[in-house]
Design a protein around this ligand. Sequence first.
Ligand SMILES: Cc1cc2nc3c(=O)[nH]c(=O)nc-3n(C[C@H](O)[C@H](O)[C@H](O)COP(=O)(O)OP(=O)(O)OC[C@H]3O[C@@H](n4cnc5c(N)ncnc54)[C@H](O)[C@@H]3O)c2cc1C
Length: 276
Amino acid sequence: MTDQKQAFHAPDFGRGKAIAGRIEAFVRNQVIPFERDPRLGAHGPSEELVQQLRDLARQAGLLTPQILPDGSHLSHRETAWAFRAAGLSPLGPVALNVAAPDEGNMYLLGRIATPQQQARFLRPLIEGRARSAFFMTEPAVDNGAGSDPSMMQTTARREADEWVIDGKKAFITGADGAGVGIVMARSEHGATMFLIELPDPAVQIERIIDTLDSSMPGGHAVVSINSLRVPATQTLGDSGEGFKYAQIRLARLDSRTVCAGLEPVPAPMKSPHNMR
Ligand SMILES: Cc1cc2nc3c(=O)[nH]c(=O)nc-3n(C[C@H](O)[C@H](O)[C@H](O)COP(=O)(O)OP(=O)(O)OC[C@H]3O[C@@H](n4cnc5c(N)ncnc54)[C@H](O)[C@@H]3O)c2cc1C
């Protein structure tokens, strides 16, 4: 029994640590020197800096390391090692193409999109040639969906072979400059996801929100969607299944989850409340 357990765990652990070792060396030697680059602004690195970093990762054979050449993914454990190493620099995840929202979007498209949708929307993301955004959260001032996506106000109305989408979204990471979007809206069947190409005149960036984060390209945007027409062939999965797909996407590890979960939990800091 013990031998079986060891046989099950050993290869997974070894490959993940090997990839993590290469990523750590890459981030320390090639990414960290860019942390003071003037192209890194309050709302993230410029597109030029992103592409420069990704070129370096590509040359090192480390771009999108979580997706293997046959389209399969590293296991969760291997992914955890890889993402922790990427997170040694705030620019590491975006350089390696393992950052949110792209990583979760790629994972979701790999699971749900049709082969045609994957060729058009997923391939450029895996190759690091395009960025993506996930449009779910809505402004609280409009009673929109935040923690509770059942409050979704954005609508998708069917007209012949198209959907017509209207609504407003908030905190949409990377929307400014993205080439691919996944929009969540309420259709007659319930929450539904749609694949869109960006930029589109019907999708307007209203403003970029000031946040503590400065590592995500495009920052975090408030976006209005006005009569966006999406061909029915760009429905992601089935109409009404959006919550199920959101669980697939959100349950995915990302570099932030990994950083929080891999290390032993440190002893509580001493504060005025626990200094006894
Ligand atoms: C930096 C950043 C990037 C983001 N990127 C994206 C993105 O790319 N795409 C996207 O769609 N969204 C994005 N978000 C939005 C994020 O998903 C939401 O902030 C999150 O879902 C919480 O929603 P909210 O901010 O509206 O908070 P609220 O829903 O208003 O919740 C506020 C607080 O109340 C609590 N609460 C809410 N409802 C209940 C309840 N019924 N019972 C008990 N407690 C409750 C919550 O736990 C929370 O602590 C991003 C947010 C940030 C800060």
